[in-house]
Write a protein that binds this ligand. Structure first.
Ligand SMILES: *Cc1c(COP(=O)(O)O)cnc(C)c1O
Length: 421
């Protein structure tokens, strides 16, 4: 594999034109789209329009005239196309953490008639916010949170399980669960499954209906390119929405925007029908506007084969990166954390090193190669197939090789810990 081979791969790449949707500084190699997606070109102008016209000129009239009230569902419908959900089943609102609280709470409520099921099972290395939310709900509702290594999870799916709560792609290792198999096993065992799609939406073909999952949530600012702190999304299987409606079950954050008639201003809560009840307070219009621009960049791949084509490119990028690291950085103390098996790999490559992982990432950033560090010893590189080129992979590995071979990362300034790693 040579540099020219990588340039040739870019020249043949049918998805290459999609990169022009983004403003990425020309000299930068951005391998952190799994943490904060790149800025779409359309976002700035669209936000200006919403700020100047819809907010500045039309002011409060825009709640009606500019479709602000419908924006959570409109953006939700677009996200639905990426996750195998149907129109009207997804809402864009709040944060991933808050949405997890809503759906996990609803799932526990649906299991209230089964007192033998007192367990929430998750992965020990799941993203901390997911574990903290589950821990707090378990304490409050009298459930046990049982944490296990990925390979031991199937053995915990039994008659004691209330809710299986997993993140499809592990943020740290990039390992991918078999969602269809686990959701089916949970369902057959009489349990519910809740899926966090934070590192999946926009890069992995997803089919929540085919998987017969029960609840799903995900993040707007990673591969959906919605901008820092973008609203997250939330999906509930329609069979639960119907049941909740029928049995008058509320979601726990019963705010006025999830009310059947918010502008009746009645003293008692009556949940809205369908997914609308999973809203809580006033929609974040600027955030939703930016999120819609971000989601549109992923939908723009539809004429090029859509998410399956993005997945194929993502695998080609991660395969190339792992291979070049193996070839160019052998004997440098790096080990591959992400599974070799491509059916078990998300859209990132994580490398571990006993010494200096944080400093190596800092030295790379100074050289214009942006990845990140995940404690205690992981160098993490995300490959957003919408805008990452094969030549970026080549150049990133070349910089990594230089940083390691020259020992540049040992300079004291690279060891200083910043707040965000
Ligand atoms: C990124 C991420 C989150 C982020 O949650 P916020 O509420 O947006 O801070 C949650 N869960 C997982 C698995 C993530 O990867």
């Amino acid at each position: 594999m040579t540099r020219d081979d990588c340039l040739a791969l870019d020249a043949q790449d049918p998805l290459a034109p999609l990169r022009a949707q983004f403003t990425i500084p020309p000299a930068l190699i951005y391998l952190d789209g799994n943490s904060l997606g790149a800025l779409p070109r359309a976002t700035g102008a669209r936000l200006r329009q919403v700020i100047d016209h819809e907010w500045g000129t039309d002011l409060i009239r825009s709640w009606n005239s500019a479709g602000w009230m419908e924006l959570p569902r409109k953006v939700g419908d677009k996200i639905a196309r990426l996750i195998g959900a149907r129109p009207g089943e997804v809402i864009a609102a709040d944060s991933t953490s808050v949405n997890l609280y809503k759906v996990l709470s609803a799932a526990l409520l649906l299991q209230r008639a089964n007192p033998g099921r007192r367990r929430i099972v998750s992965e020990r290395s799941n993203f901390p916010t997911d574990l903290y939310i589950a821990e707090s709900l378990a304490r409050e509702r009298g459930f046990d949170l049982v944490l296990a290594e990925a390979e031991n999870i199937p053995a915990l799916i039994d008659e004691r399980l209330a809710v299986l709560m997993l993140t499809e792609v592990n943020y740290r290792s990039g390992a991918l669960h078999d969602m269809a198999a686990l959701a089916l096993q949970a369902r057959q065992a009489g349990a519910l499954s809740v899926w966090d799609l934070a590192h999946s939406a926009g890069v992995l073909p997803l089919d929540l209906h085919a998987a017969q999952a029960d609840f799903a949530i995900g993040c707007g600012y990673k591969y959906l390119n919605g901008g820092p702190g973008a609203p997250a999304f939330l999906w509930v299987h329609p069979r639960h929405l119907e049941r909740m409606q029928h049995e008058d079950l509320w979601q726990p954050l019963a705010g006025w925007i999830g009310h059947a008639a918010p502008f009746e201003f009645t003293p008692h809560y009556v949940p809205a029908g369908g997914i609308a009840r999973y809203q809580c307070g006033t929609p974040q219009i600027l955030g939703l506007t930016a999120l819609e621009c971000g989601v549109d960049t992923v939908l723009a791949a539809e004429p090029f084969g859509g998410v399956p084509a993005l997945r194929a490119k993502s695998l080609a990028l991660t395969r190339l990166f792992a291979r070049l690291v193996d070839e160019c950085c052998a004997d440098q103390g790096l080990s591959l954390v992400t599974p070799q098996d491509e059916r078990r790999r998300g859209s990132q490559i994580s490398l571990a090193r006993d010494e200096g992982a944080y400093a190596i990432v800092q030295a790379l950033i100074e050289r214009g190669v942006i990845g990140d560090f995940r404690a205690p010893d992981v160098l993490r590189f995300g490959f957003a197939p919408l805008y990452t080129r094969f030549i970026d992979v080549w150049n990133a590995v070349e910089q990594l090789r230089q940083v390691l071979a020259g020992g540049f990362w040992r300079e004291a300034r690279f060891a200083e810990r910043r707040a965000v790693t």
